[in-house]
Every structure is written in structure tokens, then in C-alpha cells.
Design a protein around this ligand. Structure first.
Ligand SMILES: Cc1cc2nc3c(=O)[nH]c(=O)nc-3n(C[C@H](O)[C@H](O)[C@H](O)COP(=O)(O)OP(=O)(O)OC[C@H]3O[C@@H](n4cnc5c(N)ncnc54)[C@H](O)[C@@H]3O)c2cc1C
Length: 390
């Protein structure tokens, strides 16, 4: 299938595919080893990312990033999604919203080293009582002279164990913007940050999601990103980007699942016939393939629109539509593929079993399916049918 991809796009896609093919043989071992790659494979993987030019593909070229188009990023992320246990997260995509709002100081201290692959970040936004409704956060930022004093507890801080710095969203508790959101950047070893606990999750990946306490964390005002009151805007920009990339990774997962399950169905003989001859199995694969086709069209088209400069509100709507449809479709496909593999599909060494667990979170993080539906319905109310699907 060639969805108007240029030679450059196809080359990027092929290189990303080659990278992922190197990682796939390590999945089952990683599954039994907390999601970790053996040290030599990890080193080789990191080297490959650098050689392939896949470090910071979403960051501006003039700052040393890859400057990939949205479609090219989707092509890479789709391949990343083909491998389980987040092994392909070696391809790191930093905060793409940051360079245009970072000060000179922030650019030199965090943005440029991140683009060079020296630093990694994580996000501390969600709280025990504030997930879907980010506006309900209770973390506070109090201005005291040239400093801010931060307090709060953050949940599910993904990749904290691999990060050198983090973004922290809080509500201002004093000053002219009291009650508004603000975003801060700080190193993970800033005094006052404490790991409360590190819960276990369904997937087996080497990225933890700890609960963190921020207790009277003092930061110079230079660590405020943008202006007081801007905090939500950055979170929304990140959500929009990640929703599309989730859709891309889910396309990759579906592609892999359907390929593996079809291969199995052709080989496995039951009552003297390959499974593939039974209509019950054929129908599950046919439905899965159809969902992958629709998913890929939505995802690529949304990326092409972004590259074409469509307005931000339309991007917002279409990223939500893609995330909702594709993450739900990936869940259906994983479920069917477990069924096709039978008992083997329930074994952790089986790709369908791992995807069955791993894909579940795609309907939860970066806005649950319910939140995506709310966004889509809101756009429908405001714009009508044609602008959204015409
Ligand atoms: C593995 C993992 C990693 C994560 N990583 C990060 C991270 O790095 N940084 C970070 O800040 N956060 C992170 N999150 C948090 C994630 O974004 C939230 O879990 C998600 O937004 C949902 O919020 P919640 O868990 O508080 O659910 P809740 O908001 O409590 O929702 C519970 C249920 O109610 C539904 N619901 C809520 N509001 C409505 C409504 N208005 N209408 C209908 N239904 C509604 C939801 O859809 C859901 O089904 C992560 C979560 C997970 C599971």
C-alpha cells in the first residue's frame, strides 16, 4: 500500500522497520526480565538510533533535531508499535512544544542536550484526584521573591527512572494569576522530590510510573516555562501530538498481530485442516484487517493534514478521532488474535498475550476513550458533520 509516500518517506519507514526487526527477537526474554534488554542489545540499539538519525526526530532541524514531518513521525512510530515491551522506546521523542517557548537558559540547559540524546524528560501532571479533568489538580506553586515553592503529589510519572528532568504542572496560589496553571521544568534530583512508591502495572516495560511527592520544592523563577497561566496550553499541545502517535503505534501493533496470527492460522492443523480454512477464524482476521486499513487511513490522513497546515482546532478533533478509533480497534484485534492462538495466546511468550495487556492502556493514557468522545462531540456540536469528515 502506498499512501502518497515519497521516496524519502519510504526510506524512513524501511529504516525504522529494520531497527524494530532487530529488537523483536528480544521480546520474550525482556518480558521475563522486567522489560529490560540485555546490556549488549541495549548498547547496539542506542547506537543504531543515533546512526539512523532517529534521535529527537520531532525536534526542529535548526536545533539539531530530525525535523521530520508529522507523516514521517507517524511512519517511524508505527514501526515502534510493532515491538512489545516498549523495546523500541529507544527512539526518544522529546517535548516538541518546548523549543518555541523555552528561554535561552532553558534551551541551553535542557532542550539542546535532550536533542543531542544526553537527557530525557518525564511528565508530572496527573494526580490521585485529577486525571481526565486536569483542571482539578491540587498541586500548588507559590511565588516568593525570585523563587517558586512547589507542593503536590503526582501519579503515574512515566519514565521517571530514565529521566534527568521533569515537567511539573501546578496551580498558582498567589499573585495576579492565582488559580491559573503554570508549567515548571526541573532536574529529577531537585531537593524536595520524593518517590512515594513505584506501583506495578499490567505491562512489563522498563519504564516505571512512580507516585512522586513534591514537598516545598524551591525553584528559581527561571524554571517557569512560558508565562504564568500558560500551563494548560502546553499540556494540550503534548496531548494532541501524543494522541496521533498512539494511533500510529497501535497501527503497527495491529499490523504485527494480524501478520503473526495469519501465519499461525495457515500452519496450525486442526481436524486435518489449517485453521485458516475455518470461516470463524477467517472472519476474525478479515475484521481485524479492515480495522487496520481504516486506522491507517485515519492516522496518515491526520498527519498529512497537520503537515498541510490545517488549523489547530481541526488537528485537535482529528487527533482525538484517530486516537479513539485506532486504540479501540487495536484492542479488538489483540483480543481476536489471542483467541486465534488458543492456549498459546495466553502464554507470556506469545506476542498476542503481551499486546493484549500492553494495548489496554492506549485507551486510557493521554485522555481516555470517554474523554476523546467528549472532545469529538464538542467539535461536532460546534462545526457540524461536513468539516469534520468531508
Ligand atoms: C501506564 C500509565 C502511564 C501514565 N503516564 C503518565 C505520565 O507520564 N504523566 C502524567 O501526568 N500522567 C500519566 N498517566 C495518567 C493518565 O493520563 C490518566 O490515567 C488518564 O488521563 C485518566 O485519568 P484517571 O486515571 O485519573 O482516570 P479518571 O479521570 O478517574 O477516570 C476514571 C473513569 O471515568 C471516566 N471519566 C472521567 N471523566 C469523565 C467524563 N467527564 N465523562 C465520562 N467519563 C468520564 C474515564 O474515562 C475513566 O473511564 C498515566 C497513566 C497510566 C495508566
Amino acid at each position: 500500500m502506498n499512501l502518497s509516500l515519497t521516496d524519502e518517506d519510504l526510506d524512513i519507514q524501511a529504516r525504522a522497520r529494520g531497527f524494530v526487526e532487530e529488537l523483536i527477537p528480544y521480546e520474550a526474554e525482556a518480558e521475563l526480565n522486567g522489560g529490560r534488554l540485555p546490556e549488549d542489545a541495549l548498547e547496539r540499539g542506542r547506537k543504531m538510533v543515533a546512526e539512523l538519525g532517529f534521535e529527537a526526530i520531532n525536534m526542529p532541524k535548526e536545533l539539531g533535531g530530525g525535523g521530520f514531518s508529522a507523516l514521517q513521525q507517524v511512519l517511524v512510530q508505527e514501526q515502534v508499535g510493532r515491538v512489545t515491551n516498549a523495546l523500541a522506546w529507544l527512539i526518544h521523542t522529546p517535548a516538541q512544544w518546548l523549543p518555541k517557548v523555552a528561554t535561552q537558559y532553558q534551551t541551553e540547559r535542557w532542550v539542546l542536550p535532550t536533542i543531542r540524546g544526553e537527557l530525557r524528560e518525564c511528565y508530572a501532571i496527573t494526580e490521585e484526584v485529577a486525571g481526565s479533568d486536569v483542571d482539578a489538580i491540587q498541586a500548588t506553586a507559590r511565588r516568593e521573591g525570585d523563587e517558586y515553592v512547589l507542593n503536590g503529589e503526582k501519579w503515574h510519572v512515566t519514565s521517571f527512572n530514565h529521566a534527568e528532568y521533569l515537567f511539573f504542572q501546578a496551580k498558582l496560589s498567589n499573585g495576579p494569576h492565582a488559580g491559573d496553571h503554570a508549567m515548571f521544568i526541573m532536574d529529577v534530583d531537585t531537593p524536595g522530590i520524593r518517590v512515594v512508591r513505584v506501583p506495578e502495572y499490567s505491562h512489563t516495560i522498563d519504564h516505571q510510573h512512580p507516585i512522586l511527592a513534591f514537598e516545598d520544592v524551591r525553584l528559581p523563577a527561571t524554571h517557569l516555562i512560558g508565562a504564568e497561566g500558560d500551563g494548560m496550553q502546553f499540556a494540550y499541545e503534548w496531548f494532541r501530538y501524543e494522541r496521533l502517535m498512539i494511533a500510529a503505534r497501535c497501527c503497527g501493533a495491529m499490523d504485527r498481530l494480524i501478520g503473526e496470527a495469519t501465519g499461525f492460522a495457515k500452519e496450525r492443523i486442526v481436524r486435518g485442516q489449517p485453521l485458516m480454512d475455518f470461516q470463524a477464524i477467517q472472519f476474525m482476521l478479515a475484521d481485524s484487517l479492515n480495522e487496520l486499513w481504516a486506522s491507517r487511513l485515519m492516522t496518515y490522513r491526520t498527519a498529512q493534514e497537520i503537515d498541510g497546515g490545517v488549523d489547530v482546532k481541526m488537528q485537535h478533533a482529528h487527533c482525538s478521532m484517530a486516537k479513539l478509533f485506532v486504540s479501540e480497534a487495536a484492542g479488538h484485534v489483540a483480543d481476536r488474535c489471542v483467541q486465534i492462538f488458543g492456549g498459546r495466546g495466553y502464554m507470556r511468550e506469545n506476542v498476542a498475550e503481551r499486546f493484549f495487556r500492553e494495548l489496554r492502556v492506549e485507551r486510557i493514557w493521554e485522555g481516555t476513550s470517554e474523554i476523546q468522545r467528549i472532545i469529538i462531540a464538542d467539535q461536532l456540536r460546534k462545526r457540524g458533520v461536513e468539516p469534520l469528515v468531508g
